[in-house]
Design a protein around this ligand. Structure first.
Ligand code: SF4
Length: 191
């Protein structure tokens, strides 16, 4: 069967990302991480940047963040394969530093916004300040979390990245709240 235009477009973008040298982050990466998931996914999750395990495997949300997501999805009838999961920048910044503006601007203008346009999901969850600022222009996570934001014809949620729990224990409850809201909204999208 011929591939859909969407599948073809997303696969082409992934192939470009894997060999991309458009910003300095390509110098320190092991593997670029284009994103994983069904091309028919109605929900997209966008984090900040690949971490160590993602850089080594070439896949997003592996390790503890992946286990956390699997736990959150228990009882929804969905698993992580029902989502398209990616990051704002596709290559790991040295020592996990925050990606710089030039890196974020270069990567999103070439890849992330095209992925969103092709996938056309009903709901997007943005995890972390970098993703929320770039996609929605919000100043902080606290300003935007805990509610559904309608933007350019689709629903957005903003939340803390699950990894934040390891260095900010005080944010653990907020992470749980953010993913509880995702769980509720995912059920609506599924209908
Ligand atoms: S972070 Fe994005 S723009 Fe920079 S090298 Fe990787 S894929 Fe290319």
């Amino acid at each position: 069967m011929a591939k859909s235009k969407k599948a073809q477009g997303l696969e082409e973008l992934a192939a470009q990302i894997r060999v991309c040298t458009r910003c300095p982050l390509h110098e320190s990466r092991t593997l670029a991480v284009p994103g994983d998931g069904k091309f028919s996914a109605k929900v997209m999750i966008i984090g900040e940047a690949p971490g160590k395990e993602e850089d080594e495997s070439g896949h997003p949300f592996v390790g503890s963040a992946g286990r956390f997501l699997n736990h959150v999805l228990e009882g929804t009838g969905l698993d992580r394969n029902d989502f398209f999961i990616t990051n704002t920048v596709k290559c790991r910044p040295p020592k996990n530093r925050t990606p710089k503006k030039l890196e974020v601007d270069t990567c999103t203008s070439n890849y992330l916004f095209e992925q969103i346009a092709l996938l056309n999901p009903k709901l997007i969850m943005l995890l972390g300040t970098v993703a929320a600022k770039k996609v929605l222009g919000v100043k902080s996570i606290n300003e935007a979390r805990g509610r559904v934001i309608l933007h350019e014809g689709r629903k957005y949620l903003v939340g803390y990245h699950p990894a934040v729990r390891f260095y900010r224990e005080d944010l653990g409850e907020k992470v749980k709240e953010d993913f509880a809201l995702l769980k509720r909204e995912v059920k609506k999208v599924k209908r």
